[in-house]
Design a binder for this molecule. Structure first.
Ligand code: FMN
Length: 200
């Protein structure tokens, strides 16, 4: 699959069938997770694979009763050794751990999509309940849970606003493109062309 195809294939899947995710796929997914960039290469991430039905129930309850999660074959929870990261980065550590785990999660979900698997990123949870369910020691903090399985439907066209809404040139809010900048697509391209004409 082309990279763009993989990104488009991934969507937040909340309806799965009974087919189990193979262990080999789980290994490939986690091998790719740890290729993500991470603060200081401390590799403070920890991955907890949850396949046990009772444990899945407990985790989905900790995730604010998102019961649909239980249909998925496996969950992967990502926790980080926040105490270890604090020794290096002090106050920035919580942010760095959140960023580490999100980058690993992105690799997980992209790899799952490339293997024809579906997934959903979940970070709505009660931290205490999730800690208990996963028996996390004090030094570890949970950041997200990812459901993985075979979805009942395929990805639909993504609902995203135009690039124009999000991109500025050089300073925030400047929508005027210099001659050397990359070009934005579709209506953005036309609009930017119109705007640059006035600045020549
Ligand atoms: C930080 C974050 C937290 C999220 N938490 C949840 C969640 O608790 N439950 C859920 O169903 N989806 C959750 N999502 C999924 C988003 O709702 C979803 O990514 C978004 O609607 C865009 O849809 P798409 O993933 O299909 O492109 C979360 C996504 C992110 C990035």
């Amino acid at each position: 699959m082309e990279f763009k195809e993989i990104l488009n294939r991934r969507y937040s899947c909340k309806s799965y069938n009974d087919k189990e995710v193979k262990n080999n796929d789980v290994i490939q997914i986690l091998e790719n997770a740890i290729l993500a960039p991470n603060a200081g290469n401390l590799q403070a991430w920890r991955f907890i694979i949850i396949r046990n039905e009772e444990k899945k129930q407990e985790v989905s309850i900790a995730c604010l009763q998102q019961k649909w999660m239980n249909q998925a074959s496996i969950f992967i929870a990502i926790a980080e050794d926040l105490e270890y990261v604090k020794l290096h980065y002090g106050k920035r550590s919580d942010l760095y751990c959140a960023q580490d785990s999100s980058l690993a999660a992105s690799n997980i979900m992209s790899t799952a999509a490339s293997l024809d698997l579906d997934s959903c990123f979940i970070s709505a949870f009660d931290e205490g309940m999730l800690r208990n369910a996963l028996s996390l020691p004090e030094n570890l903090k949970p950041y997200c849970v990812i459901t993985i399985g075979y979805g009942n439907k395929k990805s639909e066209e993504k609902k995203r606003r135009s690039l124009y809404d999000f991109v500025s040139f050089n300073t925030y809010g400047n929508k005027i493109q210099s001659k050397n900048s990359f070009s934005l697509k579709n209506k953005t391209k036309k609009l930017v062309k119109k705007l640059t004409k006035h600045t020549k």
